[in-house]
Design a protein around this ligand. Sequence first.
Ligand code: FES
Length: 193
Amino acid sequence: MVDLVAFSIAASVVALFVVLHYTKGTGWQSQPDISQDILEQRASTVPETSFPEPMNRTLGGGGGAVAIEGGAEGDESGELEEVEPDKQSPADMPEDEVEYFEVEFAKEGETIEVASNETILDQGESEGFDLPYACKQGQCVSCAGHIADGPAEDHVIHFEQETLSESEMDDGYTLTCVAYPIADFTIETGEAP
Ligand code: FES
């Protein structure tokens, strides 16, 4: 009997809460998202760095973007770093700046006109000469030739070669796969130092 009374009271209380819940609601309201405010507040306490920093702690410092636009250290202009003139390939020179020179291929018995924006090797091959080469990147000496008219660098520009020494180039040796003409000359192909 007692259990029945207790059960009835409990059921009534539950029913009352259910009715109140659906009539008035719980009164709970979501709070505004303050995470951005907290981030900005914390970022303002950290000094802004002037150098690219991966995952820069300060807002707006975004490592990747700054690293691309920042250029050299200390460059705050945001401009892209310019390529040094001597790092530019003669192959990229504007068409109206291209010059032409006479190059005698001694062993082939022919003199051809060569452009300053193409390598000696490529232009010799275009003429049908059977010239030696391997890497075509200035990293071996397969394409080496000898310029009979003096130091090689008085007659060609070598773009990115680290195989020949200064003295070998002074003796007239050149790597034809990375050599762009800047004067007339005679070359003996297939001649390595
Ligand atoms: S082919 Fe290798 S240096 Fe020219």
